[in-house]
Design a protein around this ligand. Structure first.
Ligand SMILES: NC(=O)c1ccc[n+]([C@@H]2O[C@H](COP(=O)([O-])OP(=O)(O)OC[C@H]3O[C@@H](n4cnc5c(N)ncnc54)[C@H](O)[C@@H]3O)[C@@H](O)[C@H]2O)c1
Length: 249
C-alpha cells in the first residue's frame, strides 16, 4: 500500500515509541516526512531509517509546548516541502502520582505538553491543512475514556485532546479538513516501560490498565493512525479509535 505518495506529513514525538513506528509506517507508504521531537539524535535516527524506504525525510527539534517552536516547526516543514497534508500529534508525557500528593508542577507540565502542545501544533498547521484539505490525527488515550488511577493530570490532558479533536472536526469539517484521534491503551513503548507505579499502590486497580490478552507494540497504533490519515478514512471525522486489546470493552 502506498497511500501517502506525494503527501507531506508532520509528526511530533517521532523519536520514540508510537511516533517513531508511525513515521516508519508512513515512510513505507510513500509519505514525505517532517519528523519532530525534543530528542535530536533519536529523531535523526528515525529519519535515517525512514529514508531506507526511499522517501524524503527531515528531522527537526521542537518542544511542542513552546508556541514559538511549534510555529517554526510548521513553517520549516512548509519551507522544506512546499505544503502540509497531514499533522500527527503524537508527542506526550506521563507521570503517575497519587492525587493526594500530586504536584502542581507535574500537573502543569503534563497539561502543557499533552494538551497545550497539541493545540499549538494544530493552530500553527491549520492554514496549511485548510489549503491542502488535509487532516489531523491526535493521540488521546484510554485514560480519556475511563478512569486511570494515579493519572489525574494525564487523564485530564487526554480528555482535553479528545474534546478538542471533536471541536476541530465540527469547526472545520465544512472546509474540507478532518480531525480524528487514537486512544491507545497499554502499548509497549519506552513510555510504559519507564512508568513507575506509586509506592504501596492498590494492585486491584492495576487491572484497569492491562489489556485482555497481551500488551502489543507501537506498530498496532501506527497502522490505525495511518488508516485515519489516509483517504480510506475520508468520511471519518471527529472520531476516536481505541487500540487497547479490549481493555475497556
Ligand atoms: N504507550 C501507551 O500505552 C500509550 C497509551 C495511551 C496514549 N499514549 C500516547 O501516545 C503518545 C506516544 O507515547 P509513547 O508511548 O510512544 O511514548 P514515548 O515516550 O516512547 O514517546 C513520546 C515521544 O514524545 C517526545 N516528547 C515528549 N515531550 C515532548 C515535547 N515537549 N515536545 C516534543 N516532543 C516531546 C519524547 O521525546 C518521545 O520521543 C503519547 O501522546 C502518549 O500519551 C501512549
Amino acid at each position: 500500500m502506498r497511500r501517502f505518495e506525494e503527501k507531506v506529513v508532520l509528526i511530533t514525538g517521532a523519536a520514540s515509541g508510537i511516533g517513531r513506528a508511525t513515521a516508519l509506517r508512513l515512510a513505507e507508504e510513500g509519505a514525505k516526512l517532517f519528523c519532530t521531537d525534543l530528542q535530536a539524535e533519536a529523531v535523526e535516527q528515525t529519519v535515517k531509517e525512514a529514508e531506507t524506504h526511499g522517501t524524503e525525510a527531515t528531522a527537526h527539534v521542537c518542544d511542542v509546548s513552546d508556541p514559538g517552536q511549534a510555529k517554526s516547526a510548521v513553517q520549516a516543514c512548509v519551507d522544506r516541502f512546499g505544503r502540509l497534508d497531514v499533522l500527527l500529534n503524537v508527542a506526550g508525557i506521563l507521570k503517575m502520582e497519587p492525587t493526594e500528593v500530586a504536584s502542581l508542577e507535574t500537573w502543569n507540565k503534563i497539561l502543557s505538553v499533552n494538551l497545550t502542545g497539541t493545540f499549538l501544533m494544530c493552530q500553527a498547521a491549520l492554514p496549511h491543512l485548510l489549503e491542502s484539505s488535509g487532516n489531523i490525527v491526535n493521540t488521546s488515550s484510554t485514560a480519556a475514556l475511563a478512569g486511570a488511577p494515579w493519572s489525574a493530570a494525564y487523564a485530564a490532558s487526554k480528555g482535553g485532546v479528545s474534546a478538542m479533536t471533536r471541536t476541530f472536526a465540527i469547526e472545520f469539517g465544512k472546509k474540507g479538513l478532518r480531525a480524528n484521534a487514537v486512544c491507545p491503551g497499554s502499548i509497549k513503548t519506552p513510555m510504559t516501560s519507564r512508568s513507575v507505579l506509586p509506592e504501596g499502590f492498590d494492585s486491584s486497580l492495576l487491572q484497569r490498565l492491562l489489556p485482555l490478552d497481551k500488551a502489543r507494540g507501537p506498530e498496532t497504533v501506527a497502522s490505525t493512525i495511518a488508516f485515519l490519515a489516509s483517504e480510506d478514512a475520508c468520511h471519518i471525522n471527529g472520531e476516536e479509535i481505541r487500540i487497547d486489546g479490549a481493555m475497556l470493552s
